[in-house]
Design a protein around this ligand. Structure first.
Ligand code: AP5
Ligand code: MG
Ligand code: ZN
Length: 208
């Protein structure tokens, strides 16, 4: 199953991808995670994209697309994958069509107010990448990941100015993909404002 998870920042794409990758036994490929790993490891790519991510702007299309193209050629992606955060522009969507067939595009719907609440309270595990929320999905022990015991941190782009910029970039560059994939006949909507267990139930039902 080749899936795209679409939706505004903070919609819960990563949270649902964590559950879905285990359930469907397919890899979770998040361009945001790939960039953040490069930044952490101080690679050339990391140095190139750090200020872009911190501000909430988009990494250039050609660069992002070539990274995804290469990642999809890895053996673990031959039986399916979840693309989280890619494509994000019409350029990327059209490029993807040239090197991969997609079965479903899941559009996670949510209001802007809810996005701001979610992102301002997000904490992410440094070791395994699991997302928490200080109010909605708190870890059992403050600052510690339930799954692996790793330390939780706040993403650099979860500051209010960067959140607002990400929302406007989303509206301008990524939202048009909803009609693009609607026209292709592969779009399904999931109401992401519900409890995470219910969002995941809906997701499984719709992908059956
Ligand atoms: P990326 O990492 O993709 O960030 P994003 O799109 O802004 O999305 P988020 O990760 O913020 O949101 P999410 O939907 O995954 O939400 P989450 O599950 O964590 O991209 C980062 C940057 O990388 C971009 O700004 C850009 O610079 C660059 N980039 C990446 N891809 C690119 C591309 N293709 N082209 C160009 N540049 C690119 O959930 C959010 C919070 O809500 C968490 O705290 C979570 O615990 C909580 N939560 C989740 N679900 C629920 C629920 N149902 N109820 C209550 N709380 C919930
Ligand atoms: Mg994410
Ligand atoms: Zn962890």
């Amino acid at each position: 199953m080749n899936l795209i998870f679409l939706g505004p920042p903070g919609a819960g794409k990563g949270t649902m991808a964590f559950r879905a990758k285990e359930h469907f036994k397919i890899p979770h490929i998040s361009t945001g995670d790939l960039f953040r790993a490069a930044i952490k490891n101080e690679t050339d790519l990391g140095k190139q994209v750090k200020s872009i991510l911190d501000a909430g702007n988009l990494v250039p299309d050609e660069l992002t697309t070539s990274i995804v193209k290469e990642r999809l050629q890895q053996p673990d992606a031959t039986n399916g994958f979840i693309l989280d955060g890619f494509p994000r522009t019409l350029y990327q969507a059209k490029a993807l069509k040239e090197f991969s067939a997609i079965d479903s595009v899941v559009n996670f719907t949510i209001t802007e107010d809810e996005v701001i609440r979610r992102l301002s309270g997000r904490r992410v595990c440094k070791s395994c990448g699991e997302s928490y929320h200080i109010e909605f999905i708190p870890p059992s022990k403050d600052g510690i990941c339930d799954k692996c015991g790793g330390e939780l941190y706040t993403r650099a782009d979860d500051q209010i100015d960067a959140i607002k910029n990400r929302l406007s970039v989303y509206g301008e560059s990524t939202e048009p993909l909803i009609s693009f994939y609607k026209n292709e006949g592969s779009l399904v909507n999931v109401d992401s404002s519900q409890h995470p267990d219910k969002v995941f139930e809906d997701l499984k039902a719709i992908l059956k």
